[in-house]
Design a protein around this ligand. Structure first.
Ligand code: ZN
Ligand code: ZN
Ligand code: FE
Length: 762
């Protein structure tokens, strides 16, 4: 008895292009002896199969179960179709379609198969730095439009040789329809340029670059999403020179090492951390320094951690293979400008910084920095989300109208929503200069094109003077929805945790514009997607000198002391007061009294800064958050009692005075207690205070979900111990896993909040 022949049409959505999905379907159809075809469409992948019912059912069940490692299926639609009498199964050419919702894969690190081939002398791609296959290689950064086919990528200008074409056409081959497929005969090549951009006549550009690096030279190296500046991480004068030329004084520099064995020479590395490092995304992971390590002190001064990554582009393996314990690999830019991506731009902007340029002729269409992650409370969390993760969307639990969100002023990202997906861009940078503003505009245009999204509204911050606000006024035809910074923080964490309704939101960070015109940053909100109410906040106090007080935490220390002790703060017998020029302190007090250039802030970040300065840890900082980070790092591991704390009712919610905490810190200083102990007591104080405060709010509101967001929650002690303490008191606690807790996550919160306000008919 023969089973009747049936036919089905199947549409698969998700990340199913550029990840070897069609050859996978082809082989699967072969296994079940089904006929028909598979094609990429702009909406995903479409399959037509014909065969016995039971075989089709088995085939359908296998599609998600055995999908290729880089595929991410979000939807499978199956419909009956007329049988057409096919006799074989084919992969057919891409068809355009009006509904573009195919998901583009992020850039993927070289896979083990390609690495083996590259290092094998008999392979035709031996030491060829552009080797790739359907499981690895560049994607997001080389795509100009969808569907994802070679003519729409920066590989369009490299026609394949006969051998590459044969691989590309063979469904059994690992390089079947691998769009960036190339070899030394037909593909891109590296070239070495001198410091002025002139081509050098070396026959071995990579070997020569390695030689320069060994001599302590700075080499700009073109990677996947932009240029790095590289130096030998063991060569202190070279690393110091890089810092000086790049105007980067103290911020840690990331390093890249060949493998786990070499990393273990300078950092602690367990199996879980190794798995994060070796994942196809290859992020920079913060690893604790070994005490006996020998990397240059300038790599990460005053820091217990190194930012470490494994090689991800084939070129990186060739550079690191023989020579170095590690290379410093830092984004090629000046301070907070965008990373350089074109050869011409690199030579122009990095003149005087790089001694040589290792470039190639495969264009980068979109810049994308390295991602940075840290493991806290057993979870890998983002500090910066970019290469390897973008443009993978965050899936929402609802379908807001399509919105473009412009993000925050610092650590800017943008976000576009479509159906139940929120596409957060790569880290763009601080929107404070025109170069970054250009990158911001390019990224929006590019994402709108490759995602085919036409937003119905633009979301932005409340702040009147941001560059992103200027952008929204240029898009005059769309309604603009302003979302308060800390509301956006809380909604970003709600969105990735699929929370609806009302929550207690703890939003702690350095700076965010408050609707009352003061600078917020120590906020306890009762928040929903579309609205919030300020339930409690750190008592606002002046920042003498405005942004100058961010760069000079000693100014904040004076402000806290003045608040806590009044005029008599001048007589305090502490090393800090002994170090302060009293005339300067008087100027600050006058500014505060007359409210001259002394904006009020409730910022938690400033409180960390102020205490760091009070205990003599740091009176000025080279980058925002530095003092707070160092205060966390010195905290003693053993428990300590909290300082006194309280809160008082006010017209705008509960006010948390800082004076009792500051008075406690000063008493400990005067009693000669260690900084480690004081830091621990301060952390303990916050944990007790916030747990008690949430319990109080719970009694008022019955809310039992607490959401943690804002840059302060990069602090591992606070995140871990506060989460534990809240959980012990019966709260469900939600933090970030998919986007950074810092301002890099703001665009997601803005998009979801604005979508909710729009749906509300606001
Ligand atoms: Zn590969
Ligand atoms: Zn070729
Ligand atoms: Fe923030």
């Amino acid at each position: 008895m023969t089973e009747t022949i049936a036919a089905k049409q199947i549409r698969v959505k998700g990340i199913v292009q550029g990840v070897g999905f069609r050859p996978y379907v082809y082989q699967l159809a072969g296994r079940f002896k089904l006929c028909g075809h598979v094609a990429n469409t702009a909406a995903g992948v479409r399959i037509h199969v014909e065969g016995p019912q039971t075989d089709i059912a088995a085939f359908l069940a296998s599609i998600p179960a055995e999908a290729p490692p880089l595929a991410q299926i979000t939807d499978v639609d199956t419909m009956d179709a007329p049988t057409e009498g096919f006799h074989r199964f084919d992969i057919i050419a891409s068809r355009d379609d009006s509904a573009k919702s195919a998901l583009i894969s992020p850039d993927v690190a070289i896979c083990d198969d390609c690495l083996q081939e590259m290092l094998s002398p008999r392979d035709r791609r031996f030491r060829y730095p552009f080797i790739n296959c359907t499981n690895c290689g560049p994607r997001y950064t080389i795509i100009d439009d969808i569907p994802y086919d070679r003519p729409q990528t920066s590989m369009a200008s490299f026609p394949m040789c006969a051998l590459c074409q044969a691989e590309y056409d063979d469904p059994e081959n690992r390089r079947f329809h691998a769009q960036p497929n190339a070899c030394p005969v037909c593909g891109p090549h590296v070239q070495l340029l001198d410091g002025s951009g002139q081509a050098s006549d070396t026959k071995d550009p990579i070997g020569t670059a390695v030689g320069l690096l060994k001599q302590g030279r700075i080499v700009a190296i073109k990677g996947l999403g932009g240029f790095h500046l590289a130096v030998d991480a063991e060569n202190e004068p070279a690393v110091a020179r890089l810092r000086q030329r790049k105007h980067r004084e103290e911020k840690p520099l990331a390093v890249m090492a060949y493998d786990g064995d070499r990393i273990r020479r300078f950092a602690h590395l367990d199996d879980e951390e190794m798995a994060v490092l070796a994942s196809p995304q290859r992020p920079i992971l913060l690893l604790a320094k070994r005490s006996d390590q020998a990397l240059a002190p300038s790599v990460a001064p005053h820091n217990r951690y190194f930012g470490v990554m494994l090689p991800y582009a084939p070129l990186h393996y060739l550079l690191l293979e023989k020579a170095f314990a590690a290379l410093v690999m830092t984004s090629a830019n000046l301070s907070e400008e965008p990373i350089a991506i074109s050869n011409h731009e690199a030579v122009e902007r990095l003149a005087g910084i790089a001694d040589a340029f290792l470039v190639h002729n495969r264009d980068i269409y979109l810049r994308c920095d390295d991602s940075i992650v840290r493991k806290t409370a057993g979870v890998t969390r983002f500090i910066r989300r970019a290469r390897g993760y973008v443009p993978t969307p965050v899936f929402l639990n609802h379908t807001p109208p399509p919105v473009l969100a412009c993000g925050a002023a610092l650590k800017n990202t943008v976000c576009l929503t479509k159906e139940d997906r929120a596409f957060i861009s790569q880290h763009i940078g601080d929107l404070e200069n025109l170069a970054t503003y250009g990158a911001f505009r390019d990224t929006i245009a590019h994402l709108q094109r490759i995602l085919a999204i036409t937003p119905q509204a633009i979301a932005c911050d409340l702040h009147p003077d941001y560059l992103s606000t200027r952008y929204t006024t240029e898009q005059s035809d769309l309604p603009v929805i302003q979302v308060q910074h800390h509301h956006a923080h809380i909604v970003s964490a709600m969105a990735e945790n699929h929370l609806d309704g009302r929550v207690i939101g703890l939003a702690f960070d350095g700076t965010g514009y408050g609707p009352d015109g003061t600078i917020w940053g120590g906020e306890v909100l009762l928040a929903e997607n579309n609205r919030y109410e300020r339930a409690a906040f750190l008592e606002p106090l002046p920042m003498p000198g405005g942004t100058a007080a961010i760069k000079a935490p000693w100014r904040m220390a004076i402000s806290y002391l003045y608040q806590a002790f009044g005029e008599s703060f001048r007589d305090l017998d502490t090393p800090f007061m002994a170090s302060v020029d009293l005339k300067e302190a008087d100027i600050l007090v006058a500014m505060m009294q007359q409210r001259l250039n002394a904006p009020l802030t409730s910022s938690m970040g400033r409180l960390f800064d102020g205490i760091a300065a009070l205990i003599g840890l740091r009176s000025s900082v080279a980058f925002e958050g530095q003092a707070a980070m160092e205060l966390e790092m010195i905290a003693a591991p053993e428990a300590a009692a909290p300082y006194d704390f309280s809160w008082q009712a006010s017209d705008h919610g509960l006010r948390i005075p800082t004076a009792p905490i500051i008075q406690g810190v000063v008493t400990d200083i005067q009693h000669g207690l260690s900084n480690a102990h004081i830091s621990r007591r301060f952390h303990t104080t916050l944990i007790h205070l916030l747990t008690d405060l949430c319990s109080y709010l719970h009694r008022q509101t019955e809310l039992d979900r607490v959401v943690l967001s804002g840059g302060t929650f990069q602090n591992a002690i606070l995140l871990e111990e506060l989460s534990r303490s809240l959980a012990k008191n019966g709260f469900a606690v939600y933090a970030h896993r998919l986007v950074p807790p810092n301002d890099g996550g703001i665009s997601l919160g803005q998009a979801v909040a604005a979508g909710a306000m729009l749906a509300d008919g606001a």
